[in-house]
Every structure is written in C-alpha cells, then in structure tokens.
Write a protein that binds this ligand. Structure first.
Ligand code: RP5
Length: 191
C-alpha cells in the first residue's frame, strides 16, 4: 500500500491544473521580463495564469481581479509593472493573498521609479518586492511560500538551491585550472 502523503501536494496533479499563481503585468511591454517567472513556474510544474491589468488604465478590473483571486484558489500573486507602478500595491490593497512585486526597468529612471513605487508601501499593505526586472526571483519566492504547505514542492526547491551551490563548486574548479605565474592555490574555502 502506498504511504499516505500527509501534506497535500499543490502541484499540477494535486489540484487538477487550476492556477495557483497569478502573474499580472501592467502591459505586454513587460512580457520579456515577466516570462522569466513563467519559465520557472513551468520548470517547477506549478499551474499559473497570466494576464495584463493596469492600475491606471483599468483600475476597476484590477480591483475586481484582486478581490476574486483567493476565492478562485490562487495562492500567490506576482505583479510586474514599470514607471509609477501602482499595480502591485493596488492589488495588495484588495486581497490578503501575498503579493510579490516586480519593478520593471522601462523608463528614463531605469526602473528606480517602479522600485520605489512598489517597495515603499505604507503600513498595512505590504508588497514583497524583488529586484528591478527580478521576475525569476519572484517565482522562486512564490514557490518557497507555497512549499510551506507542500512537501513535494519543498523538496524540489531544496534540490534547486543545492543546484545553485554546485554551480559555484564548478566555478571554483574552473578557476583552479587558470594558470598565472603569481597565482597560488587556496588551501581551503569557507563552506
Ligand atoms: C506600466 O507602464 C506598465 O507596467 C509598463 O511597464 C509601463 C509602460 O506601458 P506601455 O506604455 O508600454 O503599455 O503601466
């Protein structure tokens, strides 16, 4: 008999494919950046949806979306926007789901405008803000949040993080092969 899995899986099989993460962007001009979040969620087999909404151009639709997201089974919202980026904050004001904001670089201010707009939320309405254009980190953070209630996803995330360490191990092996007259071997590196 198969061992009972105490933690229900949030992955595709466990939830019949309904989206768990909602990716929202202010415009399709944000798509090249936001695609990095989609790729990561795909790799982790997390069902997601993707839509464009604008706090400035479609304010009522943003409110409607945010108010209904939890009821549709969405667990985390990733919202990317550029310029005076109100979108993640407006979404956060209308839901208790965690909202991760991605500031998009797309103006003369190189994304710093969006960074401050998303990051500097007033008390009571937090938006977890990643780096400018940091859409992949937004997806990783979303997976880490969901892995609190999903042992299978937690294991995938642990494997992903272990893979990052292997990349540095390989980098050091490659660097060790470089030959210079005054280059000396390092006896041991910190863990
Ligand atoms: C923001 O305005 C969008 O998120 C986008 O980054 C920026 C420019 O939008 P477009 O003029 O390219 O549609 O709302």
């Amino acid at each position: 008999m198969e061992k009972e899995n105490k933690t229900p899986s949030l992955s595709r099989e466990g939830w019949g494919g309904s989206p768990l993460v909602s990716i929202i962007m202010g415009s399709t001009s944000d798509l090249p950046v936001m695609e990095k979040a989609m790729k990561f969620l795909d790799d982790m087999e997390i069902p997601f949806e993707v839509n464009a909404l604008s706090a400035h151009r479609t304010p009522e639709a943003v409110e409607q979306f945010a108010k209904g997201a939890a009821g549709r089974g969405i667990k985390v919202i990733i919202a990317g926007a550029g310029m005076a980026a109100a979108l993640p904050g407006v979404i956060a004001a209308n839901t208790t789901l965690p909202v991760i904001g991605v500031p998009i670089k797309g103006s003369v201010l190189d994304g710093v405008d969006a960074l401050y707009s998303i990051l500097q939320m007033p008390p009571g309405i937090p938006v977890a803000t990643v780096a400018i254009n940091g859409a992949m980190n937004a997806a990783i953070l979303a997976c880490q949040m969901m892995s609190l209630a999903d042992e299978a996803l937690a294991q995938k995330m642990a494997a992903y993080k272990a893979g990052l360490g292997q990349k540095i191990e390989k980098a050091n092996a490659d660097l060790a092969k470089l030959e210079y007259k005054y280059k000396r071997p390092t006896p041991s590196l910190p863990e």
